[in-house]
Write a new protein. Structure first.
Length: 117
């Protein structure tokens, strides 16, 4: 098989294909968030989002569970390779959000009373 003239006889290594294979290998051994996969593979965060979105649309991976952020919201999806159903995202109702806001406001008012303000 003749080699294309642009390679000048050198072996061609597709970087995207090897990075994609590395991403799949990590996902086979556990469930990870997108920032973790980006760090482990060395790929850019947005590139990992594109790859995992394509895998998710094809049904090759699913959302195992959600990690909460500092405010207690489901923010980071934890992906796992294989067939499975996506974990549901927990959301607060508007009434629950209002109650949490009022509780926080009341708590700050009590702290200000004890602080002497």
């Amino acid at each position: 098989m003749p080699t294309p003239p642009s390679t000048k006889g050198k072996r061609v290594v597709k970087v995207n294909a090897s990075a994609y294979a590395l991403l799949i290998e990590f996902m086979l051994h556990g469930s990870y968030t997108i920032p973790e996969l980006a760090y482990m593979t060395g790929l850019h965060y947005v590139t990992v989002i594109h790859y995992t979105t394509a895998l998710h649309k094809a049904g090759a991976c699913y959302i195992d569970h959600w990690e909460k952020d500092s405010r207690g919201r489901d923010a980071l999806k934890v992906l796992k390779i294989g067939k499975g159903t996506d974990a549901k995202r927990e959301k607060l109702t508007p009434a629950q959000r209002q109650q949490a806001y009022r509780d926080k406001k009341r708590h700050h008012a009590i702290l200000n009373i004890f602080a002497g303000d």
